[in-house]
Ligand binder design. Structure first.
Ligand code: SAM
Length: 254
């Protein structure tokens, strides 16, 4: 599968996408000399902010996309560095004071096992801070699944299904994993976009990249057009367009 993360496309909605990141950073309790890992660190700008805000001793950003890492490397230095790696391969040697991940873990399935592994990366008193979108059941996501079924032959049957847990189930899981403090919340981020076209562009920079990896570029363009056509059947043609986006913020301390 090829690397279809495109930093420019992803950063088109940087202001909107960054808001939950800052809310997540605000949940972390500050202390000196923190060792931090940022899983799915993307273009690195936010990892740099995290590193500086926490005045961390060491921060390692991990990402599976070489395209994203190329952008991120400009921020390296003063205890911050980036490494190529897959979250599922348990990257980052040793234990951490903060295991952080903003808008990346939704790509992985099996969150009970994943969070157990992340908990095991924590030092005593360590903190876990995760933000994940929870849009799987929304029509904008369901339409991508429907479009994938229409392109089943070209995709070889591939369908990107995202399945995150409910906020209550994350809270229960943290308790079960021995987090003595926790704060889990569902937050609706209301994004005011120029038009409904921007919703399709939004997903071109994230959800649809999974399909781009599985298709020839001309076929992928047809895929995006078909997705947009379906989207416009359900989204009103309003300018600006109000786009409510649901996210779960998870913080816990052991
Ligand atoms: C939506 S972006 C978020 C980037 C950054 N955390 C931010 O808040 O801007 C998701 C990032 O996770 C990375 N990613 C997705 N799946 C991954 C995996 N299994 N292992 C490592 N990185 C992954 C992607 O390459 C991408 O850079």
């Amino acid at each position: 599968m090829s690397d279809k993360w495109n930093p420019e496309q992803y950063e088109r909605f940087q202001a909107e996408r960054s808001r939950p990141f800052y809310d997540l950073v605000d949940l972390i309790q500050h202390q000196e000399n923190l060792r931090v890992i940022d899983l799915g660190s993307g273009t690195g700008k936010l990892t740099k902010y995290l590193h500086d805000t926490l005045a961390a001793r060491e921060t390692i950003g991990i990402d599976a996309s070489e395209n994203m890492l190329q952008k991120a490397r400009q921020y390296e230095g003063d205890g911050l560095r980036f490494e190529l790696g897959k979250i599922e391969d348990n990257p980052g040697d040793g234990k951490f004071d903060v295991v952080f991940s903003n808008a990346a873990l939704q790509w992985l399935i099996g969150h009970e096992i994943l969070l157990t592994k992340l908990r095991n990366k924590l030092q005593p008193n360590g903190q876990l801070a995760i933000q994940i979108p929870t849009m799987d059941d929304e029509p904008v996501h369901q339409l991508a699944v429907e479009t994938a079924k229409e392109f089943s032959e070209e995709l070889g049957g591939y369908v990107r299904r995202l399945k995150v847990l409910s906020p209550a189930d994350y809270a229960k899981l943290l308790y079960k994993l021995g987090f003595i403090k926790q704060n889990v919340k569902l937050q609706i981020y209301g994004h005011v976009l120029p038009s409904r076209e921007a919703v399709a562009e939004w997903y071109r920079g994230s959800l649809l990249t999974a399909y781009e990896s599985h298709l020839e570029s001309a076929t992928y363009e047809k895929f995006v057009q078909r997705y947009q056509q379906k989207l416009f059947e359900i989204l009103p043609d309003e300018r600006p367009f109000f786009f409510p986006y649901k996210r779960i913020l998870i913080w816990g301390r052991i």
